[in-house]
Design a binder for this molecule. Structure first.
Ligand SMILES: [Zn+2]
Length: 236
């Protein structure tokens, strides 16, 4: 028996009792809208970086490791309502926000077969003490959401050997200095010769994610590397 009508009726009743609102503008969400309303969704400052060769994010990640593809979903302006989505997810423990953004992004990237040659998804790790303190690592949440939407496995192949403190108050040079020797590969066999997608919730200078890529390249030069985030900041 098809009970879709019952679920839809139930959803409608719930929506009247507990209206879900757009996390960006606060308006009530209509049926079929998740997280944000259609208007805010269309207004999101998408980067569309994956449509450009050697885009500005890619240029930011030039270092000792060759990176094949680099993209992020939207431009992250610190005070914007869209940046607030990522902050709410992180500090108010709302992984559903990351899941929804990741699912949407995957659907948009599918049109260019972005994931077709990716073998493994790897989150940027967090030092275990910090992870224990916060309860979860946002890049892990993103990696799992991408995995669910693409069917590509997540491999926990990296570890952070120490906490690197907050990066936000450091200048660009200090951030680069601060990531030296920070990441190690736990399991070289799991990544050897594969094409990895290294993911983080937000990329600012790129120092963190590049440090991960450089360490992987150092221990396993045949491993291919690409990079993805939800937010990408504009550099000052
Ligand atoms: Zn809205």
């Amino acid at each position: 028996m098809d009970l879709t009508w019952l679920k839809e009726w139930g959803d409608d009743v719930l929506r009247v009792i507990f209206p879900k609102v757009c996390e960006v503008c606060g308006r009530s969400l209509a049926r079929g809208e998740n997280l944000m309303c259609l208007h805010c969704n269309l207004d999101m400052p998408r980067t569309r970086l994956h449509l450009e060769n050697f885009n500005i994010l890619h240029q930011r990640l030039v270092g000792k490791a060759p990176i094949e593809k680099a993209t992020g979903y939207f431009y992250y302006y610190r005070e914007s309502d869209y940046a607030r989505l990522i902050q709410i997810a992180k500090y108010n423990n709302r992984p559903a926000i990351i899941n929804q953004l990741a699912t949407q992004f995957v659907n948009e990237l599918r049109t260019i077969q972005f994931f077709d040659d990716i073998d493994i998804i790897i989150p940027v790790p967090m030092h275990w003490l910090k992870r224990l303190n916060r309860g979860y690592n946002q890049s892990e949440v993103l990696a799992k959401a991408l995995s669910k939407a693409t069917g590509i496995a997540v491999v926990d192949a990296l570890k952070a050997s120490r906490g690197h403190g907050t990066q936000t108050r450091k200048n660009r040079y200090e951030r680069w200095e601060n990531t030296k020797g920070l990441y190690q590969v736990k399991n070289v066999d799991a990544i050897e010769g594969k094409h990895l997608l290294i993911v983080d919730d937000v990329i600012t200078t790129g120092a963190t994610i590049l440090a991960c890529c450089e360490e992987i390249h150092r221990v396993s030069p045949t491993t291919r590397l690409s990079v993805l985030s939800l937010g990408v900041t504009h550099l000052q």
